[in-house]
Ligand binder design. Structure first.
Ligand code: AR6
Length: 217
């Protein structure tokens, strides 16, 4: 039988899980690097950074950069509610909001994604209100909730960098570091995507990933 890319990716993914499980977290990751099996890089199957519209992503869960009411809004939140249909808002009404940095899950309804994980990011206030820690919490809590719900693929938008005005490069650095650290210590999630809506956002996340890799490989 001819070997195709999907077969290689699924083999590498299974092997990665075994190595992470046997060696635990960071040690496992370093071994993967040495073996040339670190598929956790931009453009490959483990961690993608792409230009796109998150409502079109066929993944187990997409993340919504929501507000604490969880009752919809503009930006990516508005786009997700429009694409999911009114059933999403109806379910959101039953879950009574969410604190900044925390996350709650609903079904995806008319979206190609099975679930939506809603997380209110911090509103930037010059860095005086613990915004960096809260943004880190958003990424961590979304990944944890995704794993608890057996999601293997998760797509994130650039949380807080639109209406909430979090400085883009700092937000990208926090997002990349948090996702990379989570993936290096947890094997359940196989693919994380950062879906960037414009070229400036895409460059910021690509640069943050290059910088992170330069310091960690
Ligand atoms: N797919 C991917 N990314 C998108 C999409 C899309 N369809 N649409 C916009 N973005 P924002 P925030 C990008 O403002 O800063 C809402 O009203 C956008 O270009 O949506 O966390 C909520 O209800 C930017 O890069 O979220 C809250 O009140 C990124 O998503 C508030 O905005 C985040 O921009 C949350 O503000």
């Amino acid at each position: 039988m001819p070997i195709n890319e999907e077969m290689v990716v699924s083999y590498v993914s299974a092997l990665r899980k075994v190595i992470l499980k046997e060696n635990g977290g960071e040690t496992g990751r370093l071994r993967l690097n040495r073996l040339g099996l670190n598929i956790n890089k931009e453009g490959d199957k483990m961690f993608r950074i792409v230009l796109g519209d998150i409502t079109k992503e066929t993944v187990d869960a997409i993340v919504n950069a929501a507000n604490t009411s969880l009752l919809g809004g503009g930006g990516v939140d508005g786009a997700i509610h429009r694409a999911a249909g009114p059933e999403l808002l109806a379910e959101c009404r039953t879950i009574h909001g969410c604190k900044t940095g925390q996350a709650k899950i609903t079904k995806g309804y008319r979206l190609p994604a099975k679930y939506v994980i809603h997380t209110p990011g911090p509103i930037w206030n010059g860095g005086t209100r613990d915004e960096e820690r809260l943004l880190r919490n958003c990424y961590e809590n979304c990944l944890r909730l995704a794993a608890e719900n057996d999601c293997q693929s998760v797509a994130f938008p650039s949380i807080s960098t639109g209406v909430y005005r979090f400085p883009l490069n700092r937000a990208a650095e926090i997002a990349i570091r948090t996702i990379e650290e989570y993936l290096s210590t947890h094997a359940e999630i196989e693919q994380v995507s950062m879906i960037c809506f414009d070229g400036t956002t895409l460059s910021a996340y690509q640069n943050a990933l290059s910088e992170w890799e330069a310091n960690h490989v």
